[in-house]
Design a binder for this molecule. Structure first.
Ligand code: ADP
Ligand code: MG
Length: 223
């Protein structure tokens, strides 16, 4: 089964509220972590309990961090930027992980005009999309990254993986908060990504075939 999804409207006021709450939770978490580290240093017994507390705190921080990205950043600066340059950077970051899982990355970049984006947000989106693709291929495969013009005023980034793919039911849940099939997943990456791309006036289309792989088209407006 294959399905085309336009899912940039899933995020509601609840997401914005969650981002606000996340902000309030971050400070106490930071304090708890600091004092736990101090306690651990002085501990005579059960030192391993502190490691459990600290790693659970890290997990809570990760989730809070993803929600914070939903809040409209005060310093959002939309600027012309080269998607190619950003992609090369993200690929460099992810190369060790890709090599570890025998994922080969193929790039087909056509020369394209700059896009008009908030660079940090788009980096966040690309990092998550590429990470998802790599994580979908635990036993290796090919990840193709294509960059091309799309019509007169858009750029299309296409990611094709040969991973485990998704059923129609899974596709429907993409972008729902906490939907994850991974043991250590947060299930927030795509929710945040849909929101960011919506804020950019772009589009994120996902098609997938179980056992074959997933194709993600990201459209962004040029300057
Ligand atoms: P997380 O990566 O933390 O699980 P995401 O929001 O990034 O959260 O993704 C949600 C879920 O969507 C994943 O757990 C996975 O089931 C599915 N998914 C996303 N991208 C892919 C992909 N390229 N191939 C297969 N499944 C995917
Ligand atoms: Mg993810």
């Amino acid at each position: 089964t294959q399905e085309l999804l336009h899912r940039s409207d899933k995020l509601t006021a609840i997401g914005q509220l969650a981002a606000g709450i996340a902000h309030e939770i971050r400070n106490p978490l930071t304090a708890i972590k600091g004092f736990t580290q101090l306690l651990k240093e002085r501990a005579q017994h059960n030192v391993e309990y502190y490691d459990v507390i600290l790693s659970e705190l890290d997990r809570a921080n990760l989730i809070v961090g993803e929600f914070l990205l939903l809040a409209k950043p005060q310093l959002a600066e939309f600027r012309p930027a080269s998607l190619e340059q950003i992609l090369l950077l993200i690929i460099t970051l992810l190369e060790p992980e890709a090599n570890l899982h025998d994922v080969r990355i193929r790039m087909r970049f056509e020369p394209v005009p700059d896009v008009f984006i908030e660079e940090n947000q788009i980096k966040q989106v690309l990092l998550n999309l590429l990470q998802n693709a790599i994580e979908a291929m635990p036993d290796g495969g090919e990840l193709t990254i294509e960059l091309a013009s799309f019509g007169a005023d858009q750029i299309r980034l296409r990611l094709v993986d040969q991973g485990n793919g998704m059923s129609e039911e899974q596709l429907q849940k993409l972008g729902d908060p906490f939907f994850s099939t991974k043991e250590k997943g947060t299930g927030l990456g795509l929710m945040v990504s849909f929101k960011i791309i919506e804020d950019h006036g772009g589009k994120l289309n996902i098609t997938s075939v179980v056992g074959v792989g997933t194709t993600i088209d990201l459209l962004l407006p040029v300057t």
